[in-house]
Design a protein around this ligand. Structure first.
Ligand code: TYD
Length: 147
């Protein structure tokens, strides 16, 4: 399956009552991995593009807990998808080896990122050409194309 097809929206249950709303995200229940790391991004101008990397080991779920942003996901084989995040109860799952770019941040955007791994810079691929080369090599190996 393409990495594009493996990226998908997740709707979290909202426990709302007259006091307000509460969204619960539990590792291995509401997201398909144990959560090892949480970080969040805010204060990025609308013309900024963040991310621009792929991860060999980390899976992510991104949630705009306030405001909105867009996530472009590329599989390195010419396919891409754009996810618009604009609700605190909606996340997008991003698998390993998917190129991601976060952009179009609203001034009030707070983008919460849940990750399956602790931070390890060596598992980040920050060069798009290197990413596509690694994807093509893996693809050839999987299809027997390099025999
Ligand atoms: P970076 O990966 O460039 O952020 P983004 O994906 O939003 O564009 O990270 C910015 C800086 O923060 C960089 O110096 C690495 C550091 N960083 C950590 O130390 N731990 C982390 O978990 C993350 C995501 C980044």
């Amino acid at each position: 399956m393409s990495k594009i097809d493996s990226a998908y929206f997740i709707e979290f249950a909202e426990h709302g009552d007259e006091r307000g709303n509460l969204v619960v995200v539990e590792g291995e229940r509401d997201v398909p991995f144990a959560i090892q790391r949480v970080f969040y991004i805010y204060g990025s101008d609308p013309d900024i593009v963040r991310g621009q990397h792929a991860n060999r080991k980390s899976q992510f779920v991104l949630i705009n807990v306030a405001g909105q942003s867009k996530i472009r996901v590329k599989d390195g084989l010419g396919n891409e998808a754009v996810f618009c995040l604009n609700r605190p109860r909606t996340g997008v799952y991003i698998p390993t080896m998917a190129w991601k770019e976060m952009y179009d941040f609203s001034p009030d955007s707070v983008l919460l990122c849940l990750a399956s791994e602790h931070y390890d810079e060596s598992e980040y691929i920050r060069d798009f050409a290197a990413f596509t080369a690694e994807v093509r090599t893996a693809n050839q190996a999987a299809t027997g194309g390099n025999r």
